[in-house]
Design a protein around this ligand. Structure first.
Ligand SMILES: Nc1ncnc2c1ncn2[C@@H]1O[C@H](COP(=O)(O)OP(=O)(O)OP(=O)(O)O)[C@@H](O)[C@H]1O
Ligand SMILES: [Mg+2]
Length: 284
């Protein structure tokens, strides 16, 4: 089960009605429980790609399979039970007259009974700290809270796969941290997580796999350690490895890639500081 493909793209291309080719021949598989980040410069096709995962867009060529089923003739409402999608701009997915109604909308559309809807809404309001805003109009919320409401709506259907398109948009430092903590918790519960982000340190800290898109094609695909070791290639694609990675490279580390501050601190201590033993022994 752990290795089951939840998403499969086979020679997926997408050409918009205006003739723009946003995706070209994408082959990709994502297994259950993976934590994947899509990165790439503006216009590289990230949003177009993930919109294929819940049927918002259909391939103009090739196939997308969700849990083994082609999305071609499936409705968004059907696919949303399995793939929850949080839009890049939360305002594109909010349209009810109160926060509580907004969260209840998905389960209601899918015919859940009222008791189940109430339980789900209550649990999510508490989990996302939106309880005090239950009766408020979504557009009266700050952008950060609207983003959390969009996450709440995705949670309401308890899908197996979550897609977060720039989940920390509009968040201050702590808001961003709390959303990423929530996403990490979903992953720890066995959910498959897909995020899109321009924030490379965030990607390095959270994702277990990084897929780099460039002009609608996959340019790199691997662990964060592998992908962020391609400093020069990333630079050519207008992307930058995390500062920590670049600093370690500048300082001469060649045999591995560091991604996080504690790793570089540990390496520098081991490399440059005398060991406590030697200090105690009075040899320094
Ligand atoms: N609805 C649309 N109609 C026509 N062209 C579109 C549409 N949406 C996106 N495009 C074009 O498709 C290409 C890929 O866009 P997409 O939004 O998928 O990129 P992205 O990687 O998500 O970019 P960003 O980082 O800015 O969000 C771009 O050239 C964009 O202009
Ligand atoms: Mg986008």
């Amino acid at each position: 089960m752990a290795e089951e493909n939840v998403l499969l793209c086979e020679q997926l291309s997408h050409i918009y009605a205006n003739g723009v080719q946003a995706l070209a021949n994408i082959n990709l598989s994502i297994s259950q429980g993976e934590y994947v980040a899509f990165v790439g410069q503006n216009g590289s096709g990230k949003t177009t790609l993930v919109k294929h995962f819940n049927g918002l867009l259909k391939p103009t060529q090739g196939k997308v399979l969700v849990f083994g089923e082609s999305t071609q003739d499936k409705k968004v409402s059907y696919l949303s039970r399995r793939v929850g999608y949080v839009f890049q701009n939360p305002d594109d997915m909010l349209f009810c007259s109160s926060v509580g109604e907004e969260i209840a909308y998905g389960p209601r559309m899918l015919g859940f009974d009222q008791g189940e809807i109430d339980t789900r809404v209550q649990k999510i309001l508490t989990e996302l700290d939106l309880e005090s805003q239950r009766e408020i109009h979504p557009f009266a919320l700050s952008l950060g809270d609207r983003q959390r409401l969009a996450v709440a709506c995705a949670l309401s259907l308890d899908p197996q796969v979550f897609v977060f398109d720039e989940p920390t948009t509009g968040q201050d430092y702590f808001g961003g941290k709390s959303i990423m903590m929530l996403i990490d918790q979903l992953h720890a519960k066995g959910k498959t997580i897909i995020i899109i982000s321009h924030d490379m340190p965030l990607v390095a800290e959270h994702a277990k796999r990084v897929v780099v898109l460039n002009k609608g094609q996959i340019a790199l695909d691997g662990t964060p350690e592998t992908v962020f070791s391609y400093t020069e290639k990333l630079r050519q694609l207008s992307l930058r490895s995390p500062q920590v990675t670049l600093l370690a490279q500048e300082l001469g580390l060649r045999d591995r890639t560091l991604l996080r501050v504690p790793q570089i601190v540990q390496w520098l201590e081991a490399e440059y500081l005398p060991s406590p033993k030697r200090i105690q022994g009075g040899q320094v």
